[in-house]
Design a protein around this ligand. Structure first.
Ligand SMILES: Nc1ncnc2c1ncn2[C@@H]1O[C@H](COP(=O)(O)OP(=O)(O)OP(=O)(O)O)[C@@H](O)[C@H]1O
Ligand SMILES: [Mg+2]
Length: 371
């Protein structure tokens, strides 16, 4: 029994239940107190009033057995009427409180589901109204924040689109320039040389042969430039493929197209590299390989890709003609673009080149693994 009472006491009750319980306890206590006070008053009064005392004595002598019954009827009737009154007032009140709580809960749910226009009306209770007005202030603030966030996202989107358009315009200009410098000029020189050969074939066959050799050289250069350009234009095919696998695929394709160069690599798998970092490394690889094809005249390329102590290492080495870094072409974008890209992802890039010996590109990027 005690256990049952303890459990009942400890159980979390709804406001509705608590109000009814407490009011019933209050009415029970009031009834008992009223009965007690009534008995004391009657006892004290009968001690002073002889007539009442006699009546009482007479009544008690006549109905000795009836007294407990009368007391019981009195208590029960007081208790009953108090309980009825309690229930009459308490139930509607607790129902009202229940409805208010339900409305607050529903509004909260609506707000969290994105109906940001949800507001609570006045309830008629001063303290509950304070909670409602706090809720309304919070809802209004959230609505304003979401609105400004959306505006920001929208502005951001427009900016991204503009930047993309700008970038693609720059890219197109660069392709046009490369096609003009590398391919169109070579083809023009080839056609002029061919015309000269035509005139010289009979008059000076030796000179014609020399020019023919030059034509062959020019055609090879144009072909080389075109290959490098195609390599740079190759779209990023990283979707879902980790960078180390994408690099191997790229290298296999380039080595197939450039048989005069011997490619060797040591590429270790690195998992969960951030997509942004992978994208950046792939583009850098395209530029480094394209530079080697275009400028290096290399016979061997060696690539190393691995990670150690949360640093990603990507080294590319060629045994080509090398170049003077301090005096490298100022009008070009390749080297500076690579530097910018690596710095964007918190890494560093070093170009080590010795004229006549070759070039080594060293990239180091700190790794924060994506989950
Ligand atoms: N591996 C390399 N071997 C020899 N020379 C190189 C190598 N990489 C770059 N260079 C030299 O550095 C110069 C600058 O390279 P960069 O990539 O910035 O320009 P680019 O390739 O000429 O033009 P683009 O802007 O189209 O990349 C090249 O013109 C070339 O002379
Ligand atoms: Mg380049």
């Amino acid at each position: 029994m005690i256990d049952y009472i303890r459990k009942f006491k400890d159980r979390k009750k709804s406001v509705h239940e608590s109000i009814i319980n407490r009011m019933l306890i209050a009415s029970l206590t009031t009834s008992v107190m009223a009965t007690f006070i009534f008995v004391i008053i009657v006892t004290l009064y009968s001690n002073y009033n002889v007539e009442i005392k006699n009546h009482l004595n007479h009544f008690m002598e006549m109905n000795t057995n009836m007294l407990p019954v009368v007391a019981l009827i009195f208590t029960v009737s007081v208790l009953g009427s108090a309980s009825v009154a309690t229930i009459y007032f308490a139930i509607p009140l607790s129902n009202r409180v229940k409805k208010i709580l339900q409305r607050i809960e529903e509004s909260h749910e609506l707000l969290s589901r994105g109906k940001l226009g949800t507001r609570l009306e006045s309830t008629g209770f001063q303290d509950v109204d304070r909670v409602c007005s706090e809720f309304n202030i919070m809802a209004e603030r959230t609505e304003k924040q979401v609105e400004s966030l959306q505006r920001l996202i929208n502005e951001n989107k427009i900016l991204i689109l503009e930047t993309e358009r700008e970038a693609s315009l720059t890219e197109r200009k660069k392709i046009a320039r490369d096609l003009h410098d590398a391919v169109s000029q070579q083809l023009f020189a080839i056609s002029i040389s061919l015309k000269a050969i035509n005139n010289l074939v009979e008059a000076n066959p030796n000179k014609a042969k020399k020019i023919l050799e030059k034509v062959e050289e020019m055609a090879q250069t144009a072909q080389k430039e075109l290959r490098a350009l195609i390599l740079q234009l190759r779209p990023i095919k990283l979707k879902g493929i980790p960078i180390h696998e994408a690099l191997v695929i790229l290298l296999k394709e380039i080595s197939k197209d450039n048989e005069s160069i011997y490619f060797s690599w040591e590429i270790k798998g690195i998992q969960n590299v951030f997509v942004g970092v992978e994208d950046c490394l792939y583009r850098i690889a395209q530029e480094v390989f394209s530079n080697i094809i275009r400028h290096a005249e290399a016979r061997n390329i060696y690539i190393k890709f691995y990670s150690s102590d949360k640093v990603l290492y990507f080294f590319v080495e060629d045994d080509g003609i090398g170049f003077d870094i301090a005096n490298s072409k100022k009008s070009s974008y390749g080297l500076s673009n690579m530097k910018e890209r690596v710095e964007e992802i918190g890494g560093r890039i070093d170009f080590i080149s010795v004229v006549g010996k070759g070039t080594r590109v060293e990239i180091r990027v700190p790794l924060y693994h994506a989950e």
